[in-house]
Design a protein around this ligand. Structure first.
Ligand code: A2R
Length: 341
């Protein structure tokens, strides 16, 4: 039986990815987490691993000898990268180097999938949208720089050492269980807290005009598995829906799904030092490689994410979520988001 290793499985994507691998591939799955993290998954052996510990990475790979390595471990927040530049550079660049060097030292050639980001494209010009993999990288923040660097290291290792490395640039992925550092989860949590009476009826938002390409995390991990099976070594593939949506539209959808009266206010703390107006994926290369296309509409993802936060807030406060929205999920008070900003 083939063996897959998911490095950094305790984050948002890990469980979804393992579910997909188990459903589609029949591979044995091992996973790693940080020592302080709580993570378990049915049918999966979980190992503690800090990718900054070069020796530990080598030791684990020698022991497990996986055929497929999904490298998810990262400092994945743009916002945190402004506050913790050392950590971001260390984990995303040095940590990746440790993984690739450990793979290089093996006496066989596992396939590695490196997970990059649309942020690598950075200050995309209007004529470059939708963004293909060949677009010049102009990273606009430190997280983006580290992911661009990871991608380049992957390419160098694939070419120089003949390693079997495939890279992706993932556009925004969303869904239940994402940390509210990210925008859809943040808005859904705020809406659920307002419905539950746990905060004043004001949604605090950052830059609403930015347009981003959002894909359900379950569609994203399906692309990862397909690329692991069919991607070309040394190549990079965009993973996204191919359709950018304004943050304002997402906010409007969430507010319209909410049972509560919600006012919208800009919170200066949520405005990033540099923001980029539009990022949208050209996914022709991904489609040509493995026939992937989005299956879950954004509206479904938003609805499920809001439901997730309602359940979570209700669990935290020991109350029944149906009391705040007797109709189920669709609310009555749609609000034009720009209006109150
Ligand atoms: O930062 P934590 O404690 O949440 O842990 C994250 C973990 N991680 C590490 N793992 C091993 N050694 C390290 N030195 C280290 N530092 C952080 O990687 C977290 O459990 C995992 C990444 O999960 P998330 O931050 O939730 O990212 P997500 O959404 O699962 O995305 C996975 C990949 C990343 O490469 C993103 O940059 C890309 O997809 O969008």
């Amino acid at each position: 039986m083939k063996k897959a290793l998911v490095i950094g499985a305790a984050g948002f994507v890990g469980s979804y990815l393992i579910d997909r691998i188990q459903a589609d591939c029949g591979w044995q799955v091992d996973a790693t987490k940080m020592a302080g993290e709580n993570f378990s998954h049915r049918g999966t052996a979980v190992w503690d691993l800090d990718i900054l510990d070069r020796g530990a990475v080598t030791e684990l790979l020698d022991k497990l000898r996986p055929d497929y390595i999904f490298h998810l471990a990262a400092q994945s927040s743009v916002a945190l990268s402004w506050k913790e530049p050392d950590l971001t550079v260390d984990v995303n660049i040095r940590g990746t180097l440790h993984v690739l060097d450990a793979v290089r030292g093996l006496d066989y050639k596992p396939r590695v999938l490196l997970i990059g980001s649309c942020e690598e494209y950075g200050r995309v010009r209007p004529e470059e949208v939708p963004v293909s993999e060949e677009t010049l990288l102009r990273p606009g923040n430190l997280y983006a720089v580290t992911k661009a660097c990871q991608n380049m290291i992957g390419k160098i290792y694939a070419d120089a050492y003949g390693m079997d490395i495939v890279s992706v640039r993932s556009f925004n992925h969303v869904g239940p269980n994402q940390t509210p550092v990210f925008v859809v989860a943040d808005f859904c949590r705020q809406a659920a807290e307002i419905e539950a009476g746990r905060r004043e009826p004001v949604m605090r938002v950052g830059n609403l005009s930015a347009r981003r390409d959002f894909t359900d995390v379950r569609d994203v991990v399906r692309a990862y598995v397909l690329l692991m099976e069919h991607g070309q070594a040394g190549e990079t593939y965009n993973v996204g829906s191919g359709e950018a949506v304004a943050i304002a539209e997402i906010l409007e959808k969430i507010v319209s799904l909410s049972a509560a009266e919600i006012r919208v206010e800009v919170d200066p703390a949520k405005l990033r030092p540099i923001d980029i107006p539009v990022i949208e994926a050209d996914v022709a290369k991904l489609k040509a490689c493995c026939g992937w296309k989005r299956e879950i509409p954004l509206e479904t993802t938003i609805r499920e994410t809001l439901e997730y936060w309602r359940r979570r807030i209700a669990e935290e406060s020991g109350s029944d979520p149906s009391r705040s929205d007797p109709s189920g999920s669709v609310g009555k008070n749609a609000l034009i988001c720009g209006k109150n900003v």
